[in-house]
Design a protein around this ligand. Structure first.
Ligand SMILES: *Cc1c(COP(=O)(O)O)cnc(C)c1O
Length: 376
């Protein structure tokens, strides 16, 4: 938690639950990532947190943006982003959304299938297009399955077809899964793109850009590799794959830019046991899965907690949200422990919650209002 956030929580004591984001920390994270990968153009993945104060700050820093919908494209434009600095990175787009973005000046689009490529040829003629390939997600705490991307053989054929359709066969992208903790997974994906570039050149198509996607991790409960180490591993793999003829590099960080800039402030609603001598206490908070903590699904992302009693004796807990849905249990199997002194009415903070929280909050399940947000 940054000093600015702890001061705000102490002095303003905002009603809970709420998310407090230190926008200066967003700027620091942008600078740290840029220092780790100076040759890469940063396209912030808007879905991680699309709040205007974040987009405004990133525009002022010269960031580009990865938008997944026409609505996200519009949010970037409202914050002053140039249309040339926006990539429409979802491989599944309504044709009306492609058309709207193209008319607004967006010229960079992702695809991973022939039908999508045909939509682009019709509604974004001449645009720069890049094909997303499937790559391994080993080491990702929030992996992506096969939902996006295609096999390299298909990518090769589609890139050739893109050129035939009058589109600009600009590059190749991948995404190694979110909260990626293994540098080797990036390296394997880059090697795969290197081979595909060679195949394409042999077929007469010369892509110019590699999009390394997102995945750069944030520290939650356990250590993750430093961003400098990840940057070095990526550059090592780039040189191995492309020699001194490096293509343009694009990265699409989401979590890394905003994750540790945010803190959720919550109230302990109840601490109870299921039988008198049960060592495990149930701790119910005023925020849960439906308040925005979607990434606790399967206990995938394990947030760190701060309580007023840290350092005192603790014991095992199950942590749950306030709604009447049984899936609104956050952590049951991940060996969480909280202080024995924790009591109803205590404030409790969930650290590094700036990414993938606010937009996941429900509209009012059980009558609870959507999550309040403060950008400071
Ligand atoms: C979500 C997403 C990202 C951002 O991922 P992070 O793990 O938050 O860095 C980047 N690129 C694409 C295509 C995405 O869908």
């Amino acid at each position: 938690m940054t000093p600015k956030v702890s001061r705000f929580l102490r002095d303003a004591a905002p009603a809970t639950p709420c998310l407090v984001v230190d926008v200066d920390r967003v700027e620091e994270n942008y600078a740290r990532l840029h220092a780790a990968l100076p040759l890469a153009r940063i396209y912030y993945a808007v879905k991680a947190n699309p709040a205007a104060p974040i987009l405004d700050r990133l525009v002022s820093l010269g960031s580009a943006f990865d938008a997944a919908s026409w609505e996200e494209v519009q949010a970037c434009l409202r914050s002053g982003a140039a249309p040339e600095a926006i990539s429409f990175g979802n491989t599944v787009k309504k044709e009306s959304a492609i058309k709207a973005a193209y008319e607004a000046g967006v010229r960079m689009f992702a695809f991973d299938s022939e039908p999508e490529l045909l939509k682009l040829a019709r509604s974004a003629p001449g645009a720069k297009v890049y094909c997303r390939i499937l790559v391994g997600n080993v080491g990702a705490e929030w992996p992506l399955s096969k939902k996006f991307g295609c096999e390299v053989e298909m990518a090769r054929d589609l890139m050739i077809q893109a050129a035939e359709l009058g589109l600009d066969p600009y590059g190749i992208s991948f995404h190694v899964g979110s909260q990626q903790t293994r540098t080797e997974t990036y390296q394997a994906a880059i090697a795969k793109v290197g081979m595909l570039f060679t195949d394409l050149k042999n077929a007469g198509v010369t892509p110019r850009m590699i999009n390394i996607g997102g995945g750069y991790p944030v520290r939650y409960r356990s250590e993750v590799p430093e961003i400098g180490e990840i940057g070095d591993a990526i550059m090592g793999a780039m040189v191995e794959a492309f020699g001194n003829n490096l293509p343009e590099m694009v990265i699409e960080p989401g979590r890394f830019i905003v994750g540790d800039a945010g803190v959720l402030s919550s109230e302990v609603v109840l601490v109870s046991r299921k039988e008198k001598d049960d060592p495990v206490r149930w701790v119910y908070l005023d925020i849960g899965r439906f308040g925005g903590l979607a990434e606790t699904e399967g206990e995938a992302i394990k947030y760190a907690f701060r309580t007023p009693h840290d350092g005192l004796a603790d014991g095992p807990v199950t942590i749950a949200g306030p709604t009447c849905d049984s899936t609104d249990t956050l952590y049951e199997k991940s060996n969480y422990r909280l202080p024995l002194a924790l009591d109803c009415g205590d404030r409790i903070e969930l650290l590094a919650t700036g990414a993938y929280v606010t937009t996941y909050a429900s509209q009012g399940f059980n009558g609870f209002a959507p999550l309040a947000e403060h950008y400071i």
